[in-house]
Design a binder for this molecule. Structure first.
Ligand code: PLP
Length: 389
């Protein structure tokens, strides 16, 4: 056995060590962390729904009606009226025949890819896809091809070389560490041309993008024919917990039969499904949350350019600020924290070597004053050119 301590020490020296912080209280975007009150700019609660009174009330009355635990997997006795109603509402909202609830997005990705692909098939993935998609591809035993980020010509060449078995192209809709959008129009066209499955992981677009908040497919006006597999998560903009896959009748029935991370796990508590139903209702009723978010994004980007930071392409609430080294990303994050602002440093292997960054996320719950506070703190960061070691 190799000594674990050595590896942990190495990670620490490379500024890659991860530690957990204890949150004692959350009130909207204000968070109490290890006794200190901080303004949170790294939550995925983009619409400010996680502690919305109607969502909290739905959770409470859901627990009164159903208890807490679902007691079993969906195929045994865990599939409640609340889960079923939520599935129907998600299907309707995304314009698909059906939707299937999973306990987490990670499990939705694992279950879906492994149910549809096996040895002899090939999965094509954007190099910056989320870890759960990478793991899903590996677990499926299909051949694994990765293409450079958003590189449609590279994907075209790979698909042209596809000879046997099923092909599936899988991509994040909104890339989780960069905030940019996958070029889904040309990718969808390529997939149809090559008779390949297309799966879009819309963890960060669902609730945020599109006129009604239905996500990146609504944004691009892509339908279920063009993108047969849509995955969305409920723990981000929806502010609750869980995930779903939406698609055709046959797709969902296939997942119910074969998706192991669906079959062999306990169903999410029904009260959580009730809370998500309330939150989905708010997404539909309160378009102002998306408008407010867009306004904050525009303002933030303009202000950051004024400060001389270089920005990526992101039109979403995920706004990375590139630091380069892990050490600098950590130093920046520490400095912001001393000024009362929480923004996490993202380091390898979550991002490529040299791509360490602050990942700022904006929420409709941030006020103009909150944003000003963030901008002032960012202006104080040391941006002197890095010394070469
Ligand atoms: C967060 C995330 C997931 C995982 O979803 P969970 O419900 O947190 O397990 C999957 N894909 C992407 C792109 C994500 O950002």
């Amino acid at each position: 056995m190799k000594p674990l301590r050595t590896e942990l020490e190495r990670r620490r020296q490379q500024h890659l060590y991860r530690r957990r912080r204890i949150v004692t209280r959350v009130q909207g975007v204000v968070i109490r962390l290890e006794g200190r009150q901080l303004l949170n700019f790294c939550s995925n609660d983009y619409l400010g729904l996680a502690d919305h009174p109607r969502v909290v009330a739905a959770l409470r009355s859901g627990a009164d009606a159903h208890g807490v635990g679902s007691g079993a997997a969906h195929l045994v006795s865990g599939h409640s009226r609340a889960h079923h109603a939520l599935e129907e509402e998600l299907a309707e909202f995304t314009g698909r025949a059906r939707a299937l609830l999973f306990s987490t997005g990670y499990m939705a990705n694992l279950g879906t890819v492994t149910a549809l692909l096996g040895r002899g098939d090939t999965i094509y993935q954007d190099r910056l896809n989320h870890a759960s998609l990478i793991d899903a591809g590996l677990l499926s035993r299909a051949s694994f091809r990765r293409y450079a980020h958003a590189d449609v010509p590279a994907l075209r060449r790979q698909l042209e070389g596809h000879t046997r078995g099923d092909a599936m192209v899988v991509t994040d809709g909104v890339f989780s560490m960069d905030g940019d959008l996958a070029p889904l129009l040309p990718i969808a066209a390529l997939c149809r041309q090559h008779d390949a499955w297309l799966m879009v992981d819309d963890a960060h677009g669902f609730g945020v993008l599109g006129e009604t908040g239905a996500g990146i497919l609504e944004h691009y006006r892509l339908d279920g024919e063009q993108v047969p597999l849509l995955m969305g998560t409920l723990g981000k903009a929806l502010g609750t917990f869980g995930a779903f896959v939406a698609g055709s009748e046959d797709l969902i029935e296939t997942l119910i039969q074969h998706a192991r991370s669906y079959v062999y796990t306990t169903a999410v508590p029904p009260a959580v499904a009730e809370a998500t139903r309330a939150s989905l209702q708010l997404v539909r009723e309160e378009g102002w949350r998306r408008e407010r978010l867009q306004q904050l994004i525009r303002y933030f980007r303009a202000a950051l350019l004024d400060l001389g930071f270089s920005l990526g392409e992101s039109p979403t609430p995920i706004q990375p600020i590139l630091a380069g080294t892990a050490e600098r990303a950590l130093a920046w994050s520490d400095r912001l924290e001393r000024q009362g602002i929480l923004v996490s440093a993202i380091r390898p292997p979550t991002v490529p070597e040299g791509g360490s960054r602050l990942r700022v996320t904006l929420s409709a719950a941030h006020s103009d004053a909150h944003l000003e506070q963030l901008l002032q703190a960012l202006a104080s960061l040391d941006r002197a050119p890095l010394q070469c070691a």
